[in-house]
Design a binder for this molecule. Structure first.
Ligand code: M6R
Length: 612
């Protein structure tokens, strides 16, 4: 979603801001802008479209050189269409105060009316602009920017990651957070404020994470922090562990392709130090203190959005079948508003790549309010969900830049597999049986690599189907969520309409869509319901649908029925989805490339959805 970069220090701000905005492009946005404080005057430039278009207007332009401080923003439109005027930064009518903002000001309409009555004139249709006017209004009676921002934020309802500049105070920048992440990079004689560590790590690894309700006054050589109610807070400086190479493409055409190919390694990383194969044991440090709660839980609730919700659906099979615990899987966006029946006997896992998804965070807080034990399965280290949960585990997939989630999904499934084995063992699963599972999990990275080796064949197949208007993805059991995920990947990046269904549900409706133009992807491993899925394949074949089967390497039957077969190794114990989803990721990727879409930053999508 929107991206924030602010710079204050001894260097020229513009190149640092533009570099930061480029590194945040993956989050998804539709316009961008910069504001620079030069000689007590704020110069703003904004533009609909990509950062490259903005950069062309400001780079090497003397009007934007020689600044003392500056900030940039990439906007994902919520209030007001994506155009030059609605892009951030926004300034008040005197041009003194400039703001960039991620989030939504919910009471902006009321504030705007009050400010208009006091003579403020608004230029944009955004909620954000009220902040610039409100702060300028308070500056008339408040001695400094820090105080004026805090006074303003006490009037505001909503969410914000906010950076503010004052033309009269070029040595100061204010950063504030409520529900939208903000990180302050600490350098020697300089500070960089950003919504994401990716914009900071090229300059410093020392960072301060702001918490909700906190406001920092940042200067080149120091900072102080308080709550919006003026209670001072001492902040800890921590080290970001991500490497620059992890957020660069490393020779791949797209981040998504790089991330698909990283999976053998990322899955291995998620198990490293946790899986004791020969003992049939799993050690999860972040869950050790809640082990009894997990074992005694009457119910486990898995909550997420999008791909993370799909991971939860697979987790339901693992946990119910192997760990013998009742599981419910919930959409975070629905859970937050339906007064869920949840309490102290329940364990709730929040599954999230970013750790910042607004709906998932709200669900976390709802479950916590009801007394449940709340735990995270998260990728981004230091993000908000792990900081608000009672414990959990990082999936260790590394930075995922492509908007369409790939490696985070397989790492989430790996994490759920580990949790399942840990609970099952604690509940008395014999070592020999657990050992079968741990060995199977340990074999997954090599199996994934075997599927990746078929990339060229999948690329060719993609050529054949690139002009299809619709796709159906079908699977059963734990492979039904794989079908959902395959459909989601395809629609996200290729814009082809695709639906996922449990294979047997097809005859209750979607079968009406089948004709010779409909490609149907079956995920059909040789498991207990293999024969049943074959019957569904017959039903599609009888109606001339084009069948693409994801089938096991030793399946000879399938060649007689399917038009195209992609082979995957056999995998036992509900871990098959980790392997079976790989060809669907590759198919979606190559179809999107063949259609010429923007694979890493598909239209309208954001990497991390930090608004409701
Ligand atoms: O960061 P999260 O895992 O909480 O994000 C949840 C969804 O927004 C995310 O999975 C989304 O569906 C992706 N675009 C999937 O590719």
């Amino acid at each position: 979603m929107c991206g924030i970069v602010g710079y204050l220090g001894f260097r020229e701000p513009l190149p640092i801001i533009l570099d930061g905005l480029r590194r945040l492009e993956y989050r998804g946005y539709d316009s961008a802008g910069v504001a620079l404080n030069r000689n007590g005057c704020i110069t703003v430039r904004k533009s609909a479209g990509k950062v490259a278009e903005l950069a062309a207007q400001v780079e090497s332009n003397p009007e934007y050189a020689g600044a003392r401080a500056g900030m940039g923003h990439s906007r994902w439109a919520t209030h007001g269409e994506p155009n030059d005027v609605n892009a951030h930064p926004h300034v008040d009518c005197t041009g003194r105060v400039a703001v960039i903002h991620n989030g939504i000001i919910e009471n902006y309409a009321a504030l705007k009316t009050q400010l208009q009555h006091r003579g403020h004139v608004f230029a944009s249709a955004t909620d954000t602009e009220v902040l610039a006017h409100l702060i300028e209004d308070f500056l008339r009676t408040t001695p400094d920017l820090y105080g004026a921002v805090k006074a303003s934020l006490r009037e505001v309802r909503g969410t914000y990651g906010l950076v503010v500049m004052d033309a009269h105070a070029p040595e100061v920048m204010i950063a504030a957070r409520m529900g939208s992440p903000l990180i302050i990079g600490v350098g020697e004689g300089e500070h960089i404020i950003a919504s994401d560590a990716a914009a900071i790590v090229a300059h410093t690894r020392q960072v301060v994470y702001l918490n909700d309700g906190e406001v920092s006054e940042v200067r080149p050589d120091g900072m102080r922090t308080s709550t919006i109610f003026d209670v001072p807070i001492s902040k800890e400086i921590t080290n970001v562990t991500i490497e620059l190479s992890q957020i660069e493409r490393g020779g791949y055409e797209h981040f998504m392709l790089k991330e698909i190919h990283e999976q053998p390694e990322t899955i291995r990383n998620g198990m490293r130090g946790r899986l004791r194969v020969e003992d049939g044991e799993v050690k999860l440090g972040g869950l050790e203190h809640v082990r009894d709660k997990l074992v005694q839980a009457k119910r486990i609730v898995l909550i997420g959005c999008g791909t993370s919700w799909h991971a939860g659906l697979v987790g339901e099979y693992m946990l119910e079948q192997i760990a013998k615990v009742p599981v419910e899987v919930e959409y975070a966006s629905e859970y937050r508003y339906r007064s869920p029946l949840v309490g102290k006997d329940d364990v709730v896992f929040l599954i999230s790549q970013s750790g910042e998804t607004a709906d998932t965070l709200a669900a976390l807080r709802e479950a916590k309010r009801h007394g449940a034990t709340v735990l995270g399965i998260v990728n981004v280290v230091g993000s908000t969900i792990p900081r608000e949960t009672d414990g959990g585990m990082y999936v260790h997939a590394g930075p995922e830049i492509g908007v369409a989630s790939t490696k985070a999904f397989t790492s989430q499934l790996t994490a759920l597999g580990l949790i399942t084995i840990m609970i099952a063992r604690a509940k008395g699963l014999p070592r020999e049986e657990a050992n079968v599972l741990t060995r199977e999990l340990a074999s997954i990275p090599d199996k994934v690599a075997r599927v990746l080796a078929q990339s060229d064949a999948i690329k060719q197949l993609a050529q054949e189907f690139k002009d299809s208007r619709n796709f159906l993805f079908l699977g059963r059991g734990a492979n039904f969520p794989v079908a959902l995920e395959g459909a989601l990947k395809l629609k996200e990046i290729s814009y082809i309409h695709a639906e996922g269904y449990p294979a047997a549900e097809m005859k209750h409706g979607p079968i009406a869509l089948i004709d010779e133009h409909m490609p149907v992807v079956f995920v059909v491993p040789k498991d207990a319901i293999y024969e049943k899925v074959l019957s569904n394949i017959h039903e599609v074949r009888a109606r001339k649908g084009q069948i693409i089967a994801i089938a096991n390497e030793d399946d000879t039957e399938i060649d007689k029925l399917a038009d195209h077969v992609i082979r995957v190794p056999r995998t036992y114990g509900f871990f098959g989805p980790i392997v079976n989803v790989i060809p669907l990721q590759l198919l979606a990727y190559y179809i999107a490339v063949a259609r010429g879409t923007n694979v890493d930053q598909p239209r309208n999508l954001a990497k991390s959805v930090t608004v409701e």
